[in-house]
Ligand binder design. Sequence first.
Ligand code: GUN
Length: 296
Amino acid sequence: MAGATLIDGKAMAARLTETIKTKTAALSEHGITPGLAVVIVGEDSASQVYVRNKKRTAEACGFLSVQHSVDKDCSQDELLELIRTLNDDADIHGILVQLPIPDHLDATLVTQSVLPAKDVDGFHYENIGKLTAGNLAGTFVPCTPAGCMLMIEEQLGLDLSGLDAVIIGRSIIVGKPMASLLLAANATVTICHSRTKDLPQVARRADILVAAVGRPNMVKGDWIKPGAVVIDVGINRIDITVDGEAKSKLTGDVQFDEAVHIAAAITPVPGGVGPMTIAMLMANTLRSAERTQESV
Ligand code: GUN
């Protein structure tokens, strides 16, 4: 059986980044350089990698890129004070606090203290509210679902009328905003989670299947409707043995080697959703900077 089309997120993100670079250069001629501040608390190794990639891409786009590495034992007040400083800094158009943050800090309080106009993650309730209301133009769409949506549109077009979309995972970062976006594109949307009855059966209904649970290889080939578009948001590091040597590798939430024979199109891990998430962060930051020009 012929294999699915591989949705090349890396190539798509590279194209987007080129466009952002050009627009950034044009904006800089008007005296505005997009500024992105990324805050990382503690030493979580996966977060360190993500933040390094965000910084590198921001620099490649021609942004002002600032990283604040905060000690894992910092107090809530210290972190909030840093965010206040960034909120007040006219050179900073986007603020991102990399999640997760240590347990002694209140993640909700932290994400809600970012000024909505600089909330390039789209986590502030004001932005979530706009997204939920269908006001996509007036909000910052969270980066991972925004990137997934572009990949879905590339396969199926802008109008998803009559198509069934199933999202596995109900997180505030991916599952819930993904549902709002798919709904805005006229898909019929189901959100599944750990309490869903007969998950494989629900997944089999999906013309568009988005897996965002963080469980390696959970979605099996026989959960997938033949011809579906499969978006694998999972980035899981698993231990493997190669020639008797212990190694690790990244794997998605979907059992790729099974799914690739059944789906029409599928995102690989790595090289699918991950690069698109970063590209969308750049797009949101550029947009935030452009808005400051529109308001003068
Ligand atoms: N951790 C995992 N994904 C994300 C994201 O999109 N934004 C932030 N701030 N932290 C994350």
